[in-house]
Design a protein around this ligand. Structure first.
Ligand SMILES: NC(=O)c1ccc[n+]([C@@H]2O[C@H](COP(=O)([O-])OP(=O)(O)OC[C@H]3O[C@@H](n4cnc5c(N)ncnc54)[C@H](O)[C@@H]3O)[C@@H](O)[C@H]2O)c1
Ligand SMILES: O=C(O)C(=O)C[C@@H](O)[C@H](O)[C@H](O)COP(=O)(O)O
Ligand SMILES: [Zn+2]
Length: 352
């Protein structure tokens, strides 16, 4: 079992490996009650989690929420709060978020808000959840104005990334998770880029890639939980990515939107003279080889309007995470309109 320590006010561990979920009883030892939040496809794993907790003497119940992005709504949160009340969940009890990133984002948000904060243990079951969503304490739901616009910083008490869960994960979801892995490679860890270049499926080195991506995330959130400095670099590819998700009504996988967003950000950095044409091309070639999208279509004016309410924006000023060389992220503020248009042309298939 690999372990990554996340620093902060209350440091915690991310356990990565086969069977990690069975540590649930141990990490919540002494807790009176726990509620396992999950979506229908993960009912069997949630049942096993409830059993593990009960064996450890913890009164555990499961509550079911809709699958995928449909879980991240105010209505679903309100329904879950009602359930917590019915179950008599108190401040010394705990929430367990078991599922993909959508469920762990929701479960974290429920834990942050219930009784003004109860512990959450995250049990991510998708690759994306393991390498990103379950780690770092960003929790939240979507609104009609945009992605993750309502939320709280609420770090988990522990993260159990049980790689056995990946056996049931559809290939397209695995690839979506790989987008966040390659993001970590581009912003901080060239070894990730090397491993993915050798095996773009990510299947040969899965555990190594998870541990490396979690380490990149832990390094950033350990220094900057509240996203005012280095943590912003984890948003590489997300400014356009989130706008695409929003404009497509959250119908596209998060990692797929981020993949196009990274190619866009690379093109933008190319326009700004921060990346060489080869480095821009390296993004496109690797992301494409991984089976992720490098192009998209859409209403450019509408996408730009959405990007202006991105959480990184300040006033009406657009801010993008870009690379000043591979592995060296920086913020590009208020880029020239001509650069934005050229980068957009490059991802829509036109020539920049
Ligand atoms: N909080 C953060 O820091 C952070 C970071 C990255 C992404 N996110 C959020 O995470 C969400 C995306 O997460 P995701 O990609 O996991 O999507 P998801 O949660 O929608 O899961 C994708 C699908 O895979 C299924 N699934 C999950 N695990 C499975 C398994 N082991 N076997 C079979 N099916 C399984 C789910 O039920 C769902 O249908 C987005 O809402 C994104 O905004 C948050
Ligand atoms: O943890 C972070 O910080 C990230 O930016 C990681 C992203 O991969 C993730 O999608 C996050 O939810 C985006 O945060 P947001 O603040 O832009 O909603
Ligand atoms: Zn993301």
């Amino acid at each position: 079992m690999r372990q990554v320590q996340v620093a902060g006010e209350r440091p915690y561990e991310v356990l990565i490996g086969a069977g990690a979920q069975t540590r649930l009883g141990l990490v919540l030892e002494g807790t009176a009650k726990a509620v396992v939040v999950h979506a229908p496809p993960l009912a069997a794993a949630a049942g096993a989690a409830v059993e593990t907790l009960q064996t450890a003497g913890i009164a555990a119940e499961a509550i079911v929420v809709p699958d995928g992005e449909a879980a991240k709504t105010a209505e679903v949160a309100a329904g879950a709060w009602e359930e917590f009340g019915r179950l008599g969940l108190t401040r010394t009890d705990a929430v367990v978020g078991l599922g993909g990133g959508a469920v762990t984002d929701l479960a974290g948000f429920l834990a942050a808000t219930w009784a003004r904060g109860v512990r959450v243990v995250q049990v991510p079951t998708s690759l994306l959840g393991m390498v990103d969503a379950a780690v770092g304490g960003k929790t939240g739901i979507n609104t009609s104005a945009g992605k993750n616009l309502v939320g709280a910083f609420h770090p988990p008490a522990a993260v159990l990334a049980d790689t056995d869960a990946l056996a049931g994960l559809p290939d397209a979801e695995f690839r979506s998770g790989l987008a966040e892995v390659v993001k970590c490679g581009f912003i901080a860890d060239p070894e990730i880029l090397r491993l993915l270049t050798e095996d773009p499926t990510g299947r040969r080195d899965t555990e190594e890639l998870i541990a490396r991506a979690v380490q990149v995330k832990a390094d950033a959130v350990g220094q900057d939980l509240r996203d005012t400095g280095v943590r912003e670099f984890l948003n590489y590819g997300h400014t356009l990515g989130h706008a695409i998700e929003r404009i497509e009504d959250f119908g596209r996988r998060h990692g797929e939107a981020v993949a196009v967003g990274m190619v866009f950000a690379a093109e933008l950095a190319g326009q700004a003279g921060l990346l060489t044409p080869d480095e821009v091309e390296r993004h496109r070639t690797l992301i494409d080889a991984m089976g992720l999208p490098v192009r998209c279509a859409g209403d450019w004016a509408a996408l730009q309007a959405i990007m202006r309410v991105d959480k990184k924006a300040r006033g009406a000023t657009l801010r993008f995470v870009v690379l000043d060389g591979i592995g060296n992220p920086t913020i590009l503020t208020d880029p020239d309109q001509a650069w934005l248009d050229a980068a957009w042309a490059a991802v829509t298939g036109g020539t920049a």
